[in-house]
Design a protein around this ligand. Sequence first.
Ligand SMILES: [Fe+2]
Length: 218
Amino acid sequence: MKEISRRKLTKKVAIVTGVGLLSPGLLMAAPVTPAQVEGPFHPIDAQGDTDLDLSYIAGHIKPATGEVILVRGRVLDTQGQPVANALVDVWQANHHGRYSHPEDPNTAPLDPDFQGWGLLRTDAQGRYAFKTIRPGAYPLSFLGDQRWRCRHIHFKVTQPGYDELITQMYFQGDPLIAQDLEVAKAPPELRHLLIVKQHADQATGLPLFDFDLTLAIA
Ligand SMILES: [Fe+2]
């Protein structure tokens, strides 16, 4: 290819993609996972069991009520590098849509066998995984709002050297997503990063959701 035509081609590509002025580093950067509200129901009482199986509390006779699911993913930085040993703090409502939290005004049943809270650490590849119950949706009538919160799991990811990320994971196909006031606050072009598709775990047959989280380097 002649020099002149190569220059023309480069210019054309830059115009089409709109990235001509970006450095290679910026070109590769992945978007930071959109933040979502922390909400008022982060656990406040110390809990003996915060392990990766939220569907069962150590020492109980039976597991939690509801559909057992698996959630896993990776914590990465915007360059795609794994964030090892990050604290992944997850909490959620039970099968009935009720939090084990004294401030939750929902009258749906509590589940004494649901752990509801997990504190996990990513491995050297940035991976985390936990087992839980598919959370129930809950009404916002206590706020005087007719809408419902769609099914969601809260995440708070922290690691020194990175900006803390507080967000929520949603379930693709949940009909309540379309009317959810918190989902609507995520930038439309990044909303898909929070809505995960269901797969079947090959080993157990359980519903499996892959949710990767991208942190900003501080
Ligand atoms: Fe919530």
